[in-house]
Design a protein around this ligand. Sequence first.
Ligand code: FAD
Length: 391
Amino acid sequence: MSVVVDAERELLDEIRRIAGEVAAPVADEVDRDSRFPIEALDALRSAGALSAAVPDALGGPGASLEAIARCCYELARGCSSTAMVFAMHQIQVMTIARHLDGSPWYEGYLRDLHREQRLIASATSEVGTGGDMARSIAAVTPSEAGELEFEKQAPTVSYGAHADDLLTTLRRAPDAESGDQVLVLTRSDQMTLEPAGAWDTLGMRGTCSPGFVVRGKFGPEQVLQVPFSDVMNQSIVPLSHILWSHVWLGIATEAFERARAFVRASARQKPGEPVPAARRLSEVMAELALLRGEVSQALADFIAFDTDPGRERLMTMASVLRFNNLKLAASEQTPRVCGGALEAIGILGYKNDTPYSVGRHLRDALSARLMVANERLLATDATLLAIAKEA
Ligand SMILES: Cc1cc2nc3c(=O)[nH]c(=O)nc-3n(C[C@H](O)[C@H](O)[C@H](O)COP(=O)(O)OP(=O)(O)OC[C@H]3O[C@@H](n4cnc5c(N)ncnc54)[C@H](O)[C@@H]3O)c2cc1C
């Protein structure tokens, strides 16, 4: 057994413990009060899990994408919001690690993140462009003091009030085209987040994702230098779709397991008699298997594409279609599984105070279609399908 595999196994054991003993017991309260799952984040910090993806060359554990994805899945079994916060943070960490291109500032930042277990939020969506990752309105702007600054109207910043740092998409300069973007990382002491609205939502309530007007001041070394299209196609989009899907798979699996527990309890109450709900449960199991198959295959595909020299394969239209398909399929299938679990359980699943409640899971799952609107992805795919040589 290699040291890396041992370390990843230890990480997963600890994540399972946090999911079951820390996150799950307060998941209903986090949801009801729309509050940040602070105990779970504290536990993840104590376990050093926030820097799990920091490469070993920079002093971190260098956990694999498979291990991080599995952590997202396990956390989601306990609390969807905790898992989504963890997933979004890891997407930022991995994106920086994959594209820092030898930048001393970014290398130093990841070392600090590992030592201090810093939490990164992201501001990519924007009032006026919505979830269109390919365009920005806010721009990197020279300040009178000779620094750089920006002001961005961000409609949805998950855990913005709890994060240490923020990764923001901006136009490269005040006169740049909307598609000429860069990524900028600002530390908490370099920015202000002025609240712009509340976060009283149907689901994913513990992600605490209201709007903010974000203002930042920073040095030129904090602008990630690699072309934004590379960062978006090679990392942000596929990694987001992979880690989000693992969160959604965890939510769907938990809903299914609650339905299975209900059917077993029903069978124990009337030994020898058929349990009508078992038939519906069998259908839900088949739907869950489809979801699991797509999520696993997409992860395997990413790993295969990523070994390509220069990551060229991740830049193809076929790759964009492949990871958009994952997001579309998983975000449709997850609420289907949760809804099926609800139908199998019946009223005890609909009530919020039974061991078989799945209302929270269903509500959390409905956010999946909106985390970058499926309609937007379908429109992109429709254009690419007309010109892509292979899909
Ligand atoms: C739980 C949660 C957490 C989030 N956290 C963050 C975060 O931390 N940081 C962040 O930056 N963002 C975050 N988001 C925002 C998210 O990623 C999306 O960018 C955002 O939800 C898009 O806003 P919108 O629904 O108004 O969609 P828009 O993209 O503005 O679109 C609005 C509607 O118009 C339609 N539409 C738009 N474009 C097209 C098109 N081309 N073709 C057809 N129809 C179209 C769609 O029906 C869509 O629903 C979060 C979202 C959720 C649900």
